[in-house]
Design a protein around this ligand. Structure first.
Ligand code: DGJ
Length: 737
């Protein structure tokens, strides 16, 4: 059992293989945080709680005349508002009497094997025989009757602790929840940097690192999705931490809607990290007896730098998120019609693209946007999930059959959460979208957002999608979302409960996904929101891969894929080779380099194969062959960021290493070059230092793992700007140096 409670010291101890997490109940019943970090011996850590009389730090009533006890500076597990802690709070609750206080005192706990459940929302799963334990701690505010249950899931072998919170109204009158963080993590010092993944449409998840400063700093989303702008993931790390060294803490949020990550350095140089649903336009009313569950947050600690932290998340999200059999299966190499044809296609054109891609070795043809309703551009048709017979004479089943006859599988694009005003659905149900009564709704990409807080709307989407999946042989669905949410108001919700609509939308979306995706385990679902606008663990629970970005420029992709890799596994990151000049940036990069970059994720193609010549198709075929040969290494191996495209302007390099470290694939792209430059070397990682390797099958030479990692591999000086190269390493013999 990884969880222990010591009655004499009222201490909880949570142990993973390499980390420990300790908390204690104070003499007045407050749940205090003692320690999170490297695994430590079983010691009484209560001496770490330092009590001191501090001016302007209020003392709880139960402390009597003891001025040394104040929640203003004590590290806590769940910070209460309006009771002397002025830092960012874990909960904001308007009680039945109008007060806004939660003075929660420990009121019992339970420890059990297995993982708690988060109803209605995706969460990380415990695998059979993996040794996952749960701790539930109940905090109760006797005066208001509000109870809070804190959940801790300990994944011992995976070095992960998950957190969730449940609020129960055990009082006599209704309460209003105004803020609820899924996790609060207090640190006694704030000498950390924080790293967030920021960006915009087409340039997602660029890591930014800054020192924690005094006061509150935050990132979040109020866009109704986890967003292109900030990802629901943050790292706190020592200032000296780098890829290989230093203490690093990760916090990842299993939710696809609005989120807030806030870090506060307080007056005593202490640090608090909070992560949860964004409080903006969030308010949940709980009648007596009702409860509210927060989404889950996933904490990980690495004492060995950022790579170690990424490896923890990669493994967890590869193995413990969702149930799709594709988590463990090689993903098909797709060719997608979007950049090949956009809206301008008919059956013949699609079949030609599919036919011409056969020589490239692709395995699945994806028909993107434009196949349904009246959809010749993005102004109309969304919501009418019936095939457009002008474009596809034989319907979806006819097209799918012909694609299958060629030996390819068939995939389809959908955007189920949206409606166009020019659609039969809108004409029939003009009240089904989110929109404030009496105000014209704000458009995004000419479209409106369906009100997924309504059951009837969700039922329509479930029926439409299940009908499509029954209608034709479909092995892959790309689930898109092409705008952010505005006008968060539902005609079916009382005015006092409008603050619930955004979260209820997410619950509706998860119900739809439960009833469509989980009931079709053989279909591979790929997430998408204008590329990577909803790249989060909750989406990965349903969809094991996500279209990483609408930007297919190989050089821009180096940065996007680099940032994404800090938390998300390579197997989740769909990447396509597209045509040049690139449609987003106008840049031209060789087909070989485009293949290397796209093979740094789940490889696919998105181009008009009918314009490729024989040599180009042959090159694609070789890329696919090499990629498939290395698939296990790429998708399941340990991933190392060898250089940062943000710091090293010359070379972006990465490496996949097999679990037993006998094989590795090194990929690099020269992003800039100078005349008469010096020799560049690439120091490899993750190899066995005592082993020898062959590179690219060259029988003439052997390379020592220790030398490759310490002195490096020379980068050929013949490489030109934007050229790339790959080295495949294979161990040949064990030995000592
Ligand atoms: C945005 C996606 O990211 C693109 O790949 C494409 O599917 C378009 N939507 C279609 O409208």
């Amino acid at each position: 059992m990884s969880i222990t409670f010591y009655e004499h010291s009222k201490t909880f101890r949570l142990d993973t293989r390499d980390s420990s997490y300790l908390m204690a109940i104070s003499k007045y019943g407050d749940l205090l945080h003692l320690y999170y970090g490297d695994r430590i011996p079983d010691e009484d850590l209560s001496y770490l709680i330092e009590l001191r009389d501090r001016g302007f730090s209020p003392n709880p009533h139960e402390a009597g005349n003891d001025r040394t006890f104040s929640l203003d500076f004590l590290p806590q597990e769940f910070s209460t508002s309006d009771s002397g802690d002025y830092r960012v709070e874990s909960i904001g609750v308007r009680n039945a009497d109008g007060s806004r206080i939660f003075a929660g005192k420990a009121a019992g706990h339970t420890i059990y094997s297995g993982k708690y459940k988060v109803p209605g929302m995706p969460s990380v799963r415990a695998l059979e025989g993996e040794g996952t334990d749960t701790l539930e701690i109940r905090l109760k505010d006797a005066a208001s009757g509000v109870s809070v249950v804190l959940y801790y899931g300990v994944f011992e072998e995976k070095n992960v602790i998950t957190r969730a919170v449940r609020v129960v109204n055990e009082g006599e009158g209704p309460i209003r929840l105004e803020k609820l963080m899924s996790v609060t993590l207090d640190f006694k010092e704030a000498n950390y940097d924080w790293i967030t993944l920021d960006g915009r449409h087409m340039m997602e998840r660029h890591p930014s690192r800054s020192a924690i400063r005094n006061g509150v700093q935050s990132v979040g989303s109020t866009r109704g999705s986890s967003s292109h702008q900030h990802n629901p993931f943050v790292i706190l790390c020592e200032k000296t931490a780098d890829e290989d060294r230093g203490r690093c803490y990760g916090c990842s949020f299993v939710y696809s809607g609005n989120f807030l990550a806030e870090a506060e350095r307080d007056q005593y140089r202490q640090l608090r990290l909070n992560m949860g649903i964004h409080p903006t336009n969030f308010e949940f009313r709980l009648e007596p007896g009702e409860d509210f569950f927060s989404p889950e947050a996933v904490l990980a600690y690495s004492g060995n730098g950022l790579t170690g932290l990424s490896h923890i998340y990669h493994r967890l999200y590869r193995e413990n998120l969702g149930t799709s059999p594709y988590r463990k299966l090689p993903r098909p190499v797709v060719i997608n019609s979007w950049e090949a044809a956009y809206f301008d296609f008919d059956e013949e054109k699609l079949l030609n693209i599919a036919r011409e891609s056969l020589d490239m070795g692709v395995e699945l043809f994806v028909l993107d946007d434009g196949w349904f309703g009246k959809r010749d551009d993005d102004c109309s048709g969304l919501g009418d999930w019936k095939v457009n017979r002008h474009k596809l004479k034989g319907g979806l089943s006819g097209l799918s059959e012909q694609i299958h006859e060629m030996g390819l599988k068939f995939g389809l694009w959908v955007e189920p959460e949206m409606v166009s005003e020019d659609s039969d659905l809108f004409r029939e149900h003009p009240d089904w979208h989110l929109g404030i009564k009496g105000r014209p709704a704000t458009r995004g990409r000419y479209q409106l957002v369906l009100d997924l807080s309504r059951k009837d709307v969700c039922d329509y989407i479930i029926d439409s999608l299940n009908r499509i999946l029954d209608e034709a042989r479909i092995e892959y669905i790309k689930w898109d979302l092409n705008r952010n949410i505005t006008d968060v108001w539902s005609g079916q919700t009382d005015k006092e409960r409008q603050g619930e609509v955004m979260h209820r939308y997410m619950l509706g979306l998860y119900r739809i996904m439960d009833e469509v995706i989980l009931t079709h385990p053989d279909v591979l679902f790929c997430g998408c929101s204008g590329g990577g606008g909803r790249f989060d663990p909750a989406m990965l629970y349903y969809q094991p891969q996500i279209w990483c970005s609408d930007n297919t420029d190989a050089i821009n992709r180096l940065k996007i894929q680099y940032g994404t890799s800090f938390v998300y596994p390579i197997s989740s990151l769909e990447a396509h080779v597209s045509i040049c000049p690139n449609h987003q940036t106008g840049r031209t990069v060789s087909l070989a380099t485009r293949g290397i970059v796209a093979s740094g994720g789940i490889l696919g193609y998105e181009l008009n194969s009918t314009v490729l010549d024989r040599e180009e198709k042959e090159l694609c075929r070789k890329q696919v062959e090499a990629y498939k040969e290395n698939y296990a290494l790429i998708a399941d191996g340990d991933y190392y960021r060898l250089t940062s495209p943000f710091e090293n302007h010359y070379v972006t390099a990465w490496q996949h290493v097999s679990a037993n470290r006998t094989q590795a694939l090194v990929s690099l792209v020269l992003t800039d070059t100078e005349g008469n430059d010096g020799q560049l070397y690439l120091k490899l990682k993750g190899l066995k230092k005592e082993a020898f390797y062959r590179i690219n099958g060259d029988e003439e030479r052997r390379y020592s793992g220790a030398v490759l990692m310490n002195a490096g591999l020379p980068i050929p000086g013949t490489l030109k700007q934007y050229e790339g190269i790959q080295f495949k390493l294979q161990q040949i013999m064990e030995g000592t140096l």
